[in-house]
Design a protein around this ligand. Sequence first.
Ligand SMILES: O=C(O)CCC(=O)C(=O)O
Length: 361
Amino acid sequence: MWHPLSGRAAAAVRMESEKPAPRAADAPLNADDDDAQRSTDAPLGAPHVAPGPLSADDLAQFVRDGYCLLPGAFPRDVAFDCRDALWRRVGDLGIAADDPATWSLAPKGRLGLQDVFRESDLGAPWAECWSDRLRAALDQLCGAGRWVDDDALGCGWWVVTFPGVANAPWGAEGSWHVDGHGYAHRVDSREIGVLPIFLFSDVAARGGGTALAPGSHRAVAELLWRAGAEGVPGPRLSALAREALGAEALAGDAVVETRGRAGDVMLTHPFLLHARSKNLRDVDAAAVRFMCHPAVRLAAPMRVADDGGAPSPVEPRARRASRPRARRRRAADAAPAPRPARRRERDAAAARAGPWPPGWS
Ligand SMILES: O=C(O)CCC(=O)C(=O)O
């Protein structure tokens, strides 16, 4: 059988900011409705979801925090077969599992390998990562038939993190970001519906598991509501989200580490801020962290449920202001006001609103 990792040229080493955008999606719905004041802090609803491996608590956690772990998402021996193949791949760079002295060839103790192994051109072990169990969980999160299950699904964008390089204390090391650097994000974007984080090695505490900012997906949804149809380019969205959340939300105990066993998948919301983290484990080949974060695309734009709606867990919650409140707001806007006072109000409102780009409401 053709082996995907054999005979390749020197590894392309990239970091997440250079990841290619997921395949472009059709133009999304216009989320900018001037008749509605929407907010994403609505109480959590109870979406109708298909039965599957995720429990009601898992689904509630996904809606509330933006992630949940699917243990045993794919077979553990498949994970280790993939890891062995990846060790052979990094062998192209002169890095060997049994020779920690070679690990320093990875700049700053990490490698980003751009290879993507797709079902269409690979057999085992890669295809087996997209197991029935994982697919059933994606049905629960997105709705059956609402995510793109085609032969473009793959495993790739490997981030390998070596122990023995970073210094304590543990924390995020890379920049906090949402994935999807190459397109303008909208609240109903379909380029990424779920971002699964595949574990190909056991990842213990302080072992370099992707750092997650719980609940940040709701802040990002709020930013996207404000942006409306124009959307926000990925890097700008990440910067705005970091600013809106503040440093405290992205440090210390506020941060959650992705931990688990080889074969687990951490299912994350596409709006969740995440970052690389330090691998502070002992120098041991078993502690070298192998993960990948491929995007699962949606088959249709995100739906946004209003009162009484039943979106899937990935879809943003929205709440319409009552019509009387919207009317009051319009009436207040229409009332004449002394110009200087109005200007002062606007300035104060702009200062409260934060560093939005020009044209944002
Ligand atoms: O290596 C990690 O844990 C994070 C990688 C990441 O954020 C990405 O590839 O987008």
